[in-house]
Write a protein that binds this ligand. Structure first.
Ligand SMILES: *Cc1c(COP(=O)(O)O)cnc(C)c1O
Length: 430
């Protein structure tokens, strides 16, 4: 028995499913998840001492690589002052100023402790501001696990949501409408059904929770126009794309201006941080300035703010990182595409900058239904084939690969060699 297997057996007795967040459990893979001991740069080391090139990167936060020295040192210094005060601190002001002075669509911002909390609070703010109840989301976009957003994806347009989880009352999802990603007609139909009732439309400006799905030409602009036409707020959920596609996230990358944004992951550099922000008149609705209640005992925690702000400052002062991630993405994901073609596989690779997905399906992947057409058994085999070669991928067809600034050319080449070996072997054996 490996140490990971031993730990998983122990964990399963005391933690539901053995993990504190479901995707860690290697759901469809049929093995014990690797328990991690430590990580450095682009490498992660499991409890059995095995080294892997990591493409999970804590699901995004580690854009500078694991255990980045400047962040680690800053955190240790911050710890020296005390872990939490539950009172206002200077670093919270610095964090808010740093973001608002550099991202034009964020005039005010509120810190919370996770992406889930950020989205839940942004939606409450949007409802408070507009005095409307309904929201529109897209099938396949994930916005955290708050009740109103745990809506069954279905296959088409839904004017009233059905809970996607036990324990969510129907009443909590009845105002959540679901549209089809990259399909503006489906969005229009929903607005027409409830023209004066939609508070906000929320979207992942690049879908990254159904595998990576890019917005087609004109899609985000079309959403902006429809929101303007119907008086609804446009919320970009930039929990993954924020500070990743560019410092100003997808909004800056695609030149589309949302009314509100939500952040998570990178903003905390590995500490539990989320945030939501936007136009001043919307954010002034939030308590204690306004009548929309939202609070958090540990929100704006000084140690977490130190980690996040150190990372944001580093990213902002090193814009070459974004160019480097574009090039590395092209090299890795473009290289994977070439290998697939070499072996006559017509699987799809979707990618943008540091984010990429290999979908085990032959049709173009542009929405949830086409992503779902993937052969998840083929993915599970591929995942294990890569793991055996020291490549740590997300254990699900529907999660992105994350490149960081710490992935060296050698690491990318080693990864491509592993992909090559996997498909060469596959071809001989099938
Ligand atoms: C991860 C994620 C969330 C939820 O963030 P948590 O910190 O896990 O609560 C919300 N939206 C998107 C787009 C995400 O990727």
């Amino acid at each position: 028995m490996t140490r990971s297997e031993e730990l998983f057996a122990r964990a399963s007795k005391r933690i539901p499913g053995g993990v504190n967040s479901p995707v860690r459990a290697y759901g469809a893979i049929g093995e014990a998840p690797r328990f991690i001991d430590h990580a450095d740069g682009c490498y992660i080391y499991d409890a059995d001492g095995k080294r892997y090139i990591d493409y999970i990167d804590s699901w995004g936060p580690m854009i500078l690589g694991h255990n980045f020295p400047e962040i680690r040192e800053a955190v240790i210094r911050a710890c020296g002052k005390g872990l939490s005060f539950g009172c206002a601190t200077e670093i919270e002001v610095e964090m808010a100023e740093f973001i608002c002075e550099r991202i034009p669509h964020v005039e005010m911002i509120r810190m919370v402790n996770s992406g889930t909390e950020a989205v839940m609070s942004a939606i409450r703010g949007a409802r408070g501001f507009t005095g409307r109840d309904k929201i529109i989301k897209f099938a396949g976009c994930y916005h955290g696990h708050s009740d109103a957003l745990l809506v069954s994806a279905g296959s088409g347009v839904m004017t009233s949501g059905v809970p996607d989880s036990a324990g969510v009352p129907r009443g909590c999802t009845q105002d959540t409408m679901t549209a089809v990603y990259n399909d503006l007609e489906s969005v229009k139909k929903l607005f027409e059904q409830a023209p004066d009732q939609v508070a906000a439309l929320i979207v992942e400006p690049v879908g990254a929770n159904m595998g990576v799905v890019l917005p087609e030409e004109g899609f985000l602009e079309g959403l902006r126009a429809l929101c303007d036409q119907y008086g609804a707020l446009l919320i970009f959920d930039e929990v993954i794309t924020g500070f990743r596609l560019s410092f100003g996230g997808a909004a800056e990358y695609f030149h589309v201006k949302p009314d509100m944004v939500t952040y998570g992951k990178i903003i905390g550099a590995g500490m539990p941080v989320g945030a939501y922000g936007g136009r001043k008149e919307i954010m002034e609705m939030i308590s204690p300035a306004g009548s929309v209640y939202q609070a958090g005992t540990l929100s704006g925690n000084p140690v977490a703010m130190t980690a996040g702000l150190t990372q944001l400052k580093y990213l902002y002062s090193h814009p070459e990182i974004y160019k480097g991630l574009e090039e590395k993405g092209e090299k890795l994901y473009g290289g994977m595409e070439k290998l697939l073609r070499k072996y006559g596989c017509r699987y799809q690779v979707n990618h943008i900058s540091s984010l990429g997905s290999l979908f085990f399906t032959e049709g173009k992947v542009s929405d949830y239904a086409s992503a779902k057409a993937s052969d998840t058994e083929a993915f599970a085999k591929y995942f294990l084939g890569m793991l055996k070669q020291g490549i740590h991928l997300a254990p699900s067809q529907f999660e992105a690969m994350f490149l960081s600034a710490a992935h060296s050319d050698e690491a990318v080449e080693e990864t491509l060699e592993a992909v090559n070996r996997y498909f060469a072997y596959e071809r001989i054996n099938t």
